[in-house]
Ligand binder design. Sequence first.
Ligand code: ZN
Ligand code: ZN
Length: 335
Amino acid sequence: MAIIDPFVMHANALKSRVTRPNDVTMKVKYCGICHSDVCQIRYEWGASEYPMVPGHEVVGVMKEVGCEVADFKVGQTTGVRCMVWSCQTCESCDDGLEQYCPKKIWTYNGVDTDGTPTYGGYSTEMVCDRKYVLGIPENCPLDAASPFLCAGITTFSPMKYYGMTEKGKSLGVIGLGGLGRMAVKCAKAFGLRVTVFSTSPGKEKESRELLGADDFIISTDKEKIKAAESTIDNIIDTVSAVHPVDVYLGLLKTNGKFIMVGIPESPLQFSPNSVISWRRCVGGSLLGGVAETQEILDFCGIYHSFELQQQMMNCWIVCCIQTLEAFCGCNSECS
Ligand SMILES: [Zn+2]
Ligand SMILES: [Zn+2]
């Protein structure tokens, strides 16, 4: 597509660093397209550096292994996600929560430990410190693995941390973009009852038939929203556009949790009474740690059949197309 040509042109002109003793070099096979790639390319978060090589759901085959690396072998399938470094000494790093390390280095649009810019996975090769490289389970197709590295872990991590995985409990998923789709699939794997909330009626068939959602409610359907009040145990809000919050808080039971993983451009508002009178909790979550990301890859390797993986891949392709459409200005949102 013509619009991404400038980035591809720069990517071809840029070289990765040589493989250091603790590095591995990966031949890139697949790289997901995340909504945040579009935000960064468009300077929507106000901190983009150009030339930029986006891409942080990188999957490939190990091409070269540094002399100090003992647990990866040439030819092994591996992945790199949003981070390529953290300090390894702070409390967050000690707790396996490297994504909250104040000195973390992003996979692209960051500054590496040697002062050079970091470049992402829309490339032919990638060099990364071994500590930030994940192993891809043998039964997981490489193309299907890539969305787990950002969208998957971003929804899996809060479900686990906030205690939202108890079989039989209900989960509302707001928005059906990349995050929303992965949230539904993870929730179903945990045995949750899932209701998808979306502004797009066209997503009902996919939600129910492909992703396995139990219910689908159009966010503007006042009657159905009213009927769903105080019926849902927990909600994950994946929408990255400004949207009302009180209406969704009202859907939670007493003690319900409302967890945000999307980042709108402007602040969201809600009434304190929407949480106080039902002891509801509003929280947030960013990505996941290295070990936890390996956990979701292994989890999906164990719990999802090849057929399901392919279904997830099909969902991912749909979202990628929508993301690119949004990027091209054809469509204003992917929720
Ligand atoms: Zn992402
Ligand atoms: Zn740290």
